[in-house]
Design a protein around this ligand. Sequence first.
Ligand code: NAD
Length: 509
Amino acid sequence: MTLTQAPSIPSSTPPGVASFLARDHGLLIGGHWRPSRSGHRLVSVNPATGRPLAAIAAADGSDVDDAVAAARAALADPAWRDINPLQRGELLHRLAELVEEHADELALIESLDNGKPVAVARAVDAGTTAKLFRYFAGWPSKFEGSTIPLSPRGGLRVLNYTVHEPIGVVGAIVPWNFPMSMASWKLAPALAMGNTVVLKPAEETSLSTLRLAELIEEAGFPPGVVNVVTGTGATVGHAIAAHPGVDKVAFTGSTEVGRLVTQAALGNLKKVSLELGGKSPHIVLPDADLEAVAAAACDGIFFNQGQTCTAGSRLYVHADIYDDVMSALIDRARRIVVGPGHDPATGMGPLVSAKQLATVTSYLESGLADGAELACGGVRPAGLAGEYADGFFLEPTILTETTHAMRVVQEEIFGPVLVAMRWTDVGDLIDKANDSPYGLSAGLWTNDLTQAHRIAAAIKAGTVWVNCYNLTDPASPFGGYKQSGWGREMGRAVLEQYTETKSVWVNLT
Ligand code: NAD
């Protein structure tokens, strides 16, 4: 499939971005850009118009074989293997600089491909990507092993020390909600620790990663250190997860696909780390500041069109202030401007794909059939006609009168749909907040210090935000309890996931 018409882009698109989108995008393997072996392509769609945006290569297992071979060769190549930690750090610093220099361009590509408002793509996607590479640029020269005092038998004198070594070839498989940033969450620590990478972006949103790959080359990383293979999950993702030449697979995506990846990885028992779904409780105590809560609850769910793994999608408000919080929140939700991501007035863009819109709509229908009430939204916004008539838009939606057994309360919707519930007893609240297969994150609003710490301790989640929501930082560990994942990203914690620890014993007797 090729792009038979001009890319669906606004007339304001700068020529550099327009010509990037109009290219026939290939695979990056061993430092060369080339089509897939089969010659097949996929079309990436502009979610604001529902029309083709760009053509990308659709790889298959033979391309993955090539990419893994290139990554293995680069691992053994002195150009990568023998550079010192400061030099590895310098490459990552240079990449951070290039991302900063090209941040506007990367943000626009992300916005056109994913649908998100361009200001969000600029601040969150491009901004955090640059910050992430900067943070990890400092680690190669600082992730030290230890010297361990031993107590051997028989008067032996032994020197025992540990060293951290790269795991080898990392297969990275990432989703479409924060495409470039999710790719960088894997790339930055993997490269900092001296690994090589075969990266598969989501088929809906490969473009920012392809542009990032060009910047990786420009930064001076040797050929084959980063390889990008675009295509479908069932073909390319599965081939990476199952490949005997891949030493570790780092996956971010749905819990369902996380299971498939883990099963595929069993053949060579490669290391597996997983960042999966969530259904995060956002909890409001009776003393909380009403306006602050309404603003945070609104942003907590509608940010990124609700397509955020940490979305505060289950709102639990104390009965004493429920009516006031809900009316302030509904008022805010109704004022969000829904439109194409490139329009500076847009607060919420389209969902990423027709498929995702259909999934979210079917959840809405199930909630209403189960007895939930529609407090706002639930429909396509009026007024988006002309070229936006076929875009994947949905108004910010709030369901009330929801009960815990409903599917809309139990399952991850991954769209702009909030379910709201009242609570009165804190023990019951904690039970309900924890009654989920997920455990990624939670939010909590109160000025009662004791309650804040007690509830934070009782919640089974990898992140708990108190009087804030959805903050992340490259220095702070991030990951899920229960079926929200295995392992942690960010901070020192993630370095363990991209290294093997070797214990060396030297007999000094
Ligand atoms: P997805 O699981 O459908 O796809 C994720 C990636 O896996 C894509 O690149 C896809 O092509 C690939 N894939 C699909 N089938 C595969 C298979 N059989 N083998 C190997 N790879 C395969 O997820 P999505 O719809 O792209 O993203 C949404 C999900 O991601 C949500 O559940 C969300 O919560 C989760 N997510 C989690 C985090 C986190 O950090 N915990 C962050 C972002 C998104």
